[in-house]
Design a protein around this ligand. Structure first.
Ligand code: URA
Length: 235
């Protein structure tokens, strides 16, 4: 690819700023300053700027601990979005959430600019598990557990894939739910079939990757290479 594109991606600079840096001789390729913005470089080239070795990431993958009151969207006229929480750190990327949580829900949201990855992660046929800790306004019943395992039919007649609902600790209203689908308001609608309301909903895991307990609400970090591999392989 062109050197100015490489520098712009790797350093999160505009193309114009990347070109200025290159023209100033600020970019060194395989030990030699390279001053031509249209020079062709490859990922195997050793490219340095300001004495630092650069690496160009094609896509960005972020684990965010979504706080309550923030919407799972890229932009919104009224509310703060999950992308607003991290976007400033990646001004040249078009990030979006791979799977949504309701405004009132909290927990693991994955943000990326890799459309194919997000599509694959959310594809129903891949059955990637999503795990939630849910607080109901009534105790979990055996009827709910069995219904979830068989596949709940929602009020609009649509049949949900089998899911798990099991007690999470001593409080009978605290429930661990595992889904392999992502239908709008799915958990609320599934419990609604049994007349149960959801007071709180927190996503704790996607695939085999748990939400990092060091992340406070509103905090985020990039996925590690191992986490990304596990999400790709559906481990
Ligand atoms: N199901 C819901 O009802 N809400 C969420 O935020 C996620 C799953």
């Amino acid at each position: 690819m062109r050197l100015d594109k490489y520098i712009s991606d790797a350093m999160q600079l505009s193309r114009a700023d990347a070109r200025r840096l290159i023209a100033r001789g600020g970019v060194v390729c395989n030990g030699q300053p390279l001053r031509r913005a249209d020079a062709q470089v490859q990922d195997t080239d050793r490219i340095e700027a300001g004495g630092k070795l650069l690496s160009r990431q094609e896509f960005v993958y972020i684990m965010l601990h979504k706080p309550e009151g923030v919407v799972s969207a890229s932009t919104d006229k009224r509310d703060k979005t999950v992308v607003d929480l991290v976007g400033g750190a990646f001004p040249r990327r078009t990030l979006f959430p791979a799977g949504r949580l309701d405004k009132t829900s909290t927990g693991f949201v994955l943000l990326t600019d890799d459309g194919a990855f997000a599509h694959d992660l959310l594809a129903p046929k891949r059955h990637v598990e999503k795990e939630y800790l849910v607080t109901l306004d009534t105790p979990l019943t055996e009827e709910m557990r069995r219904g979830f395992a068989q596949g709940v039919t929602l009020a609009d007649g649509s049949r949900m894939a089998p899911a798990r609902a099991e007690p999470a600790g001593d409080d009978p209203c605290r429930v661990r739910v595992v889904l392999t689908q992502g239908v709008y308001h799915q958990i609320k609608r599934m419990f609604g079939v049994y007349g149960a309301g959801v007071n709180a909903l927190h996503r704790v895991r996607m695939g085999s990757v748990p939400l990092d307990s060091a992340l406070q609400p509103g905090q985020w970090r990039e996925l590690t290479a191992d986490e990304l591999r596990r999400l790709r392989c559906r481990e």
